[in-house]
Write a protein that binds this ligand. Structure first.
Ligand SMILES: [Zn+2]
Length: 252
């Protein structure tokens, strides 16, 4: 879909990036949503049309047919937002109300679906609502935006992600650099990995300065706080740390 391609390009993520995550961060109205509203706009024109007009006659024929007709689509759309009485009584709808109700439904479905994708286990920690994220409106460079988007979507090539490509169990996707076996997931990479202790000093001091409770937070809450409130420093850290990681792993 063109819209998803545009979102991927802007965010700097690959084509296997989870659609729920990239759409959730971008917060745009879906193309399907716009198509539904256009269908209902046409419905309004048809139900208001005099009965002797040819399009109205075709509409009445379609309305009385069984199966997946155009009118069936209208019925399905209206059923989703508890407005099927407009369909049953062939009444015009208030497009603004319909648009709002469909968007609420879309956002509710998104919230439910995003919780069922294992890959988005970290994403749901810092993303609760379908809306445009600030980092996408900020002045981050393209590479910073891309690293942050990949990190949020769980596709930054850390071991937790690359281990999946070679069939490793989640609890065996160990960090290459730490002496004890510890899974290299987003939390480890951002907050704990010894390989980047110096690089995260700036980020951690910003977090501690702004929030005296930061040091006492759980690991997850630290991650959520840093990503949500200090995304500029997180993005800069990610670019530098990933660069160091690449240089260490692939310099030969
Ligand atoms: Zn490590």
């Amino acid at each position: 879909m063109t819209q998803n391609r545009a979102i991927r390009y802007f965010m700097g993520v690959h084509k296997f990036a989870p659609l729920l995550a990239i759409n959730g961060d971008m917060g745009w109205i879906s193309t399907q949503h716009r198509r539904w509203v256009n269908i209902l706009r046409f419905w309004n024109r048809l139900v208001n049309m005099p009965d002797d007009r040819l399009p109205k006659k075709m509409f009445s024929y379609d309305y009385n047919c069984f199966g997946k007709t155009w009118c069936y689509d209208v019925k399905t759309i209206l059923q989703q937002i508890q407005m099927s009485h407009y369909y049953e009584n062939k009444l015009p709808v208030n497009l603004k109300d319909v648009e709002d109700a469909l968007f609420v439904k879309y956002k509710t479905d998104w919230c439910n679906n995003v919780r069922n994708v294992a890959k988005l286990r970290t994403y749901i920690e810092f993303k609760q609502h379908y809306n445009t994220e600030k980092y996408l409106l900020s002045s981050l460079t393209k590479i910073e935006r891309s690293h942050l988007a990949q990190f949020r979507c769980g596709i930054l090539p850390l071991k937790i992600e690359t281990g999946r490509y070679v069939g490793l169990n989640v609890n065996e996707r160990f960090c290459h650099f730490c002496p004890v076996n510890v899974v290299e997931d987003e939390t480890h990479f951002l907050l704990n990995c010894i390989k980047y202790n110096d690089l995260r000093e700036n980020l951690l001091s910003k977090c501690k300065d702004r929030n005296p409770d930061f040091e006492h937070m759980s690991e997850v809450n630290k991650l959520v706080y840093a990503v949500n409130y200090h995304y500029v420093h997180v993005a800069k850290f990610l670019v530098e740390a990933m660069n160091r990681r690449r240089m260490s792993l692939y310099r030969n």
